[in-house]
Design a protein around this ligand. Structure first.
Ligand SMILES: C[S@@+](CC[C@H](N)C(=O)[O-])C[C@H]1O[C@@H](n2cnc3c(N)ncnc32)[C@H](O)[C@@H]1O
Length: 235
């Protein structure tokens, strides 16, 4: 069977599996129908969105790709109320969970892109993001599927375009082959400089890390690694 393609024409391979899961609860359906449209990042094909326009006086703009159950997004948003966070996920249950966390905590600094994160990255203005998080992305462990991993050279190009010079990107995984491959790709890209000075810098969780639901499942084959990069120039 042919590989399924992403929903946008001519786009890259899908980096995710299913979007639907268990049926949503009544509250979750209301959040998806009534709250999500208000929090949706207004990406328009062919236009470059300045994310500062979405938040009143945000000190910084952060981005999270593939937020899963949303704990990291809502935790960071609560801990950093002056920061505006753009969060992307395609899994409906995860989107509904984050909407619930945002409503329960009264968070005003989260906006959601409920589609492929690469569309959002392509639709943001150059140099508009201070920090980006890609935490425990789908590992696609089988060799024939590894081209679906989101850390690809063209994605790193696209991400570096929207990062502010000096901005920070954090990648975390607990899968050895992905840790090796991702580090090799980041290091091969001229825009990214690894900040680690000793092994503890990547094998001990950064003090501002919030453990994620997927991470807690301990499905990988190594202890989690955390790679922080600064983006030295826009490509
Ligand atoms: C393995 S889970 C990890 C979730 C979360 N970061 C955590 O650590 O709990 C990876 C998530 O990335 C999402 N994902 C994969 N590719 C994506 C894409 N291109 N855009 C947005 N989300 C994506 C998947 O739907 C999935 O929920």
């Amino acid at each position: 069977m042919a590989e399924s393609k992403s929903p946008f024409a001519g786009g890259p391979l899908k980096t995710f599996g299913r979007r639907g899961g268990r049926p949503l609860s009544g509250r979750q359906r209301v959040l998806m129908d009534e709250v999500l449209p208000k929090l949706r990042v207004p990406i328009v094909a062919g236009e470059a969105l300045d994310p500062c326009t979405l938040f009143e006086d945000a000190s910084e703009i952060w981005l999270e790709i593939g937020f899963g159950g949303g704990e990291h997004v809502s935790g960071q948003a609560a801990a950093n109320p002056s920061v505006g966070i753009l969060a992307s996920e395609v899994f409906f249950e995860g989107i509904a969970k984050l909407l619930g966390q945002v409503a329960d905590a009264g968070l005003e600094n989260v906006r959601i892109w409920p589609e492929d994160a690469r569309e959002m990255v392509d639709g943001l203005a150059a140099g508009s993001i201070d920090r980006a998080f890609i935490l425990f992305p789908d590992p696609w462990p089988k060799a024939r599927h590894q081209k679906r991993r989101i850390i690809q050279p063209d994605f790193l190009d696209a991400l570096s375009r929207i990062m502010k010079p000096g901005g920070q990107v954090r990648f975390a995984t607990d899968v050895e082959s992905y840790a090796d491959e991702a580090l090799e790709r980041f290091l091969a890209h001229p825009a990214y400089a690894w900040t680690a000075r000793s092994a503890d810098d990547w094998r001990i969780a950064p003090t501002d890390h919030i453990e994620t639901r997927y991470q807690m499942k301990r499905l990988g084959d190594i202890e989690p690694v955390y790679y922080d990069f600064t983006v030295s120039r826009q490509s």
